[in-house]
Each structure stands twice: as structure tokens, then as C-alpha cells.
Write a protein that binds this ligand. Sequence first.
Ligand code: SF4
Ligand code: SF4
Length: 478
Amino acid sequence: MTNLIPEKKGSSVMPNIDPIIHIDKQLCTGCRRCASVCPVDAITGEAGTPQSIDAHRCVICGQCIQACTAYAAESEPSLASRAEKLRQRGQVSSVREPLFAAYSTGHGLELKEALADPKRHKVVQCAPVIRVSLAEEFGLPFGTLTPGKMAAALRRLNFDRVYDTNFGADVTIMEEGSELIGRVMSGERLPMFTSCCPAWVKHAETTAPQLLEHLSSCKSPMQMIGALVKTYSAEVDGVDPADILSVAVMPCTCKKFEAGREEMNVDGHQEVDLVITTRELAQLIKDKGIDFINLPDEPFDSPLGKYSGAGTIFGATGGVMEAAIRTGYELMTHESIPNLQLDFIRGDEGIRTAAVQIGDLELKVAMVAGLKYVSSILEQVAEGTCPYHFIEVMACPEGCVSGGGQPKLLLETQRKSAYQARKSSIYRHDANQKVRKSHENPAIIKLYKDFLGEPLGHASHHLLHTKFISRSAKEELS
Ligand code: SF4
Ligand code: SF4
């Protein structure tokens, strides 16, 4: 078993959290399918022998987990028992799916126990793409949209509040859009990179620490919701933040790492206590015997559950950019954006660029989908020749729809159609929202009026912004 995150050794280079990505040496055949999808060449080993992961390079994206097809045959006598492996992997004992060689640490078992604790106030948030992929685990077609059933299932799992990371995406746009406008006006620290993908952030911290000032200082939508759960929502509910269990359901294995970062706490309270993936949520729903397909549709809770279409599209590559432009355009020009659906920003894996006229400014933007494509842009930024103002980077091939914690696709041929269906579903969900711009979301307006004040204000800086740290090999060794 490979320990991904080494023990903390007195410096702040690595967060002191448990390992997340593992290769089970009993099961690994050495086929190196995982190595072929790893965007940072972190998988090492001879073909035909069990592989290892270079923890320093690894960005915890989980693409190796998605690619691995070697799994335990239950009858193999030399293997540790299935029940023991499930326990080691943090999975509930009722899990029926095969145990693959490459896997991520699960938190289903821990969450099941925590949900049974009557003393905790249990709050959950769900990332934009969970609602377009969860149903696949129950046999429904790729991309089936089920936000209402998901909310209903989470209540039956015993959560007291069901919130939405989409709301956090709307807050992110308010903060990140304002930050971008400030930087464009001053001409400082351009280009600005998005900072919501933790795998991209870890990669930047590892390979380009000299460029970290180019990252937006915004926490990710998940961490923003986490911070608001333990402050704003705790206040609304009259609950002591110390009694809150803050849980996030994410398509991404690296979100487990992000939640454990030391700086992701507010007034001494960890913002997100536990992260589970889409697959782990499905396992918990099955474990509890919930008939997901026949659940009634239920709404998300207030105040952190009301979202705009802009918050929804964060789950697809180009989504953060499109959402930011919808708001940035109107904040800068004080006019309505002529077209809400920015098709030229939408697309697939690779780099896409565009120039958007916003008043007198020609805003040059780039979208990077897939971490392996980012090196040329980083070189341009280091040389001072990068022509863009704003760059979105998503580590996974098509953004969060293809995250490492999403339902596993065993056939390579399924991949394209699954990603396409999940993306179409996200865009359909956006198109069907009454409010499609973050700054017009009434719950966002209320949050700023009642609690935060203004974007980039004192409270926002305290709760919603962060600093990134160098993880270069040089510093790690010192
Ligand atoms: S988690 Fe991502 S970066 Fe780490 S070994 Fe797997 S594919 Fe490579
Ligand atoms: S894909 Fe799975 S079995 Fe193949 S080398 Fe990677 S971990 Fe081992």
C-alpha cells in the first residue's frame, strides 16, 4: 500500500492528513494503465510488477483509480479477506462492487458512525456534478439529473441540513470576479488563475511556487460553504460550531486532501470535517436500503442551498470562466450581458482560448482542461509572455464531470459518452434556472447584506480567502 501524504515533519510543507490514493500491491498486475492517464508521471514501477506512487508529484486527482481494472477475486486464498480490505479502505461492509487495485481512502464507514450520533448537528453540501452522476450508480442512464432525489436521500441518511456547493460557487464568483476586476484595473499579478481545483493548486505549489501570487486567493466553493456552515449557518440555526459535523460530497478525491489543509479552518474549527465521493454516497444510500429511484424530489435547505445557473456550471470545463464572465461583465459595464450562454467557452479536454469584449476591455481568457496541458502556460507566465488575463485550470480531463471519485467507467468506450451526457445535463440544469447569474441570486444578495458586507471586505477576507504554500522539492528536503 502506498502512503500518499507523508507524515508531517515539523515544517508546513505537507498537511498532516491521512494518505488518500493507494495501490494495493496484492492486487496490482503492473499493467500500467494508471500510468498512462496520470497527468504528472507520478506512478513508477516496472511493467508486470506492482506499481508505486511518487507522493511528491501526485496531485491526488484519482484518474489512476478510474483507469484501474484489476480487482480482487473473492476466492483467492492468499488475499486478506474482503471484509478486512473494506475496513482498511474505509468502506461500509455492505459494499458489493469489486475491490480494485488502485483506490482512494474512503470515509463512508466513519461517516456512517458519525451520522448515528444524536449530539452532532449534521450538515452536508453536494458539488454541482453529483446530481448528474449519482443516479448512474442505481442503473439510470449517464447524466440523469436528480437533485431532488439526492437531497431526499441525504435527509434519510440523517443529515439535519442539506446544502449545496453550487451556492458556494456563486459566492466564489462574487469574490473571484471582484478580485479579477481589481487586478485588471491595477494591472498587477496578471494573469490570474482559478484556485477551485485542489489538484491544480497542489501541482502549482509543487512545480511553480514562484507563480503562486497568480492564483486567485479565493478558497474553493467547498471550503467557502464549509466556512459559512460554521459561522453564518450556525448563527441562523443557533448551533455551536463545535457541535457541527460539516460533510461534503465531491466528485474529486483531492477534495479529501484540500479539506485537511491546516489553513482550511475558521476560528479554530475545521471548515469541512469529512469528504466522501459520489461512489461513497451511493454506497451509503444502498447500505441504508434507501430506494433511491423512487424517492420524491425534495428541495435543498436555506440559507446555503439556493443557487443560480452560474453556480451549476462549475462542474464542467469552462464553467468557472463562463460564470465569472456573466457576473464580471455586468459589474464592470453596469449593463446586462447580451448573451448568457457563452458557447465559445464550452468544450472538451485541452486548451481553449477566447477574447471577450467587456466595455472598453478585451478580456483574454484561457481554459485548461487536463493538468498535462498546463505546463506551456506556466512557462509563458514565468517568462512574462502570457497574453491572457484570466485562466481556468481543471486537473481532470473534462473538469469535475470526469473526477476521480465519480462512478467508475469500466469500458473505455463509455468514457466519452458519459462525460458528454453529464456535461449536457449540467448545461440543461443551468438553462432551466430562473436566476442564472451569481450576483442576482437573492440568497447571495442576502448573505452579503446580512453577514459578509461586500466582496473582498473584511469578513470575506477572513472567511473566504486563503494563502497557498510552496511544496517544491527543495523546501521539502530542507
Ligand atoms: S491520483 Fe492522479 S496524480 Fe496521483 S498517481 Fe493517480 S493519476 Fe497520478
Ligand atoms: S492500473 Fe491498476 S493493476 Fe494496472 S498497474 Fe495501475 S494499479 Fe496496477
